[in-house]
Design a protein around this ligand. Structure first.
Ligand code: DON
Length: 305
């Protein structure tokens, strides 16, 4: 496995040149554009890493999976999906158009920014600090990493430039999707996106989902099986935004990307996979990271289809 991963990383390094760093969050332009790393976690707890697997990056939209799990555990699926739909989008992850034209009362899905912000508003907690601490604690459990913390510079950078997210949130308040204070909701959202991780951490998140919500390394039942199933279904149809169809055809795995360059994948009953490659394609997904997942899926015959 280790040798396979080394080969896949080296043969796909050239694809880092085909992407760009996310510049709409200024601090993200300080990332190493050439980095490429992978980690695989098996369900019997083994881990294999290759390339720049120690590279730290912010979890960004991969955190949307965690807040969706918590919102479902807090509220149940009827309430959550009465506020946020489960349909894929053909628009960009931060698009505003569908909010007004598709369905005034439900953002399309929990993986796009609008849906994810609405999901954070559903997490029970007195204020943004309580909600964020719940998300951080859950992320620590899913990664088995007690030391996780936010990257303060990226949090501040995103908070001070996040006007697109503010507009999505205020629009949703006007239509009744969000009922809480917008600044509080967005503060928790910006913080969850700024949690610093490595590809080992996100690989472990994938492994918990692959294992139907049971933590492989200690046997704890963290996520109800039904919620793990729902989340993997939504990752499959919506996790790579308007590239989800192509990703399903070429790779065939439930996955979630983030503009920090991470991609997390769950191979049901087999593996968790985490990749990092901060250079992004025009859909906001890691360009070389997707190539690594494609090779891995083909070589190990991982596609669920
Ligand atoms: O809200 C944002 O725009 C970012 N914090 C997260 C977006 C993101 O990661 C999209 N993923 N590829």
């Amino acid at each position: 496995m280790k040798e396979l991963l080394n080969n896949i990383i080296e043969s796909n390094r050239r694809y880092t040149k085909q992407g760009e760093l996310a510049a709409y969050i200024p601090e993200l332009t300080k990332a190493n554009k050439d980095a490429l790393g992978v980690c695989v976690t098996t369900l019997d707890g083994q881990e294999f890493c290759a390339g720049d697997c120690e590279t730290k990056f912010t979890i960004q939209s991969i955190s949307k999976v965690i807040s969706l799990i918590i919102a479902l555990m807090d509220n149940g699926k009827e309430k959550v999906f009465s506020k946020v739909g489960v349909e894929p989008t053909s628009e960009a992850f931060n698009s505003i158009t569908n909010l007004e034209t598709k369905n005034l009362h439900r953002p399309l899905n929990p993986m796009i920014n609008a849906g994810a912000i609405a999901i954070v508003s559903l997490i029970e907690g007195e204020n943004s600090e309580c909600v964020f601490n719940k998300i951080l604690d859950f992320t620590k459990k899913m990664t088995g990493n007690e030391n996780l913390h936010i990257d303060e510079n990226i949090y501040r950078s995103e908070k001070s430039t996040g006007d697109r997210n503010r507009s999505l949130a205020y629009f949703m308040k006007s239509t009744g999707v969000i009922t809480k204070d917008i600044d509080e909701v967005l503060d928790a959202y910006f913080r969850q996106c700024s949690i610093e991780v490595t590809c080992r951490d996100i690989s472990r998140i994938g492994a918990v989902l692959a294992n139907d919500g049971v933590i492989p390394w200690n046997g704890e039942k963290l996520v109800p099986k039904e919620i793990a199933r729902i989340v993997k279904a939504i990752m499959t149809t919506c996790g790579m935004y308007d590239e989800s169809g192509e990703f399903a055809v070429n790779i065939g795995l439930p996955a979630k990307s983030g503009v920090g360059g991470g991609v997390m994948a769950a191979v049901p009953s087999k593996l968790g996979i985490g990749v990092v490659g901060p250079a992004l394609d025009d859909k906001g997904n890691s360009s070389a990271g997707i190539k690594v997942l494609e090779d891995l899926s083909k070589k190990l015959n991982l596609s669920i289809f």
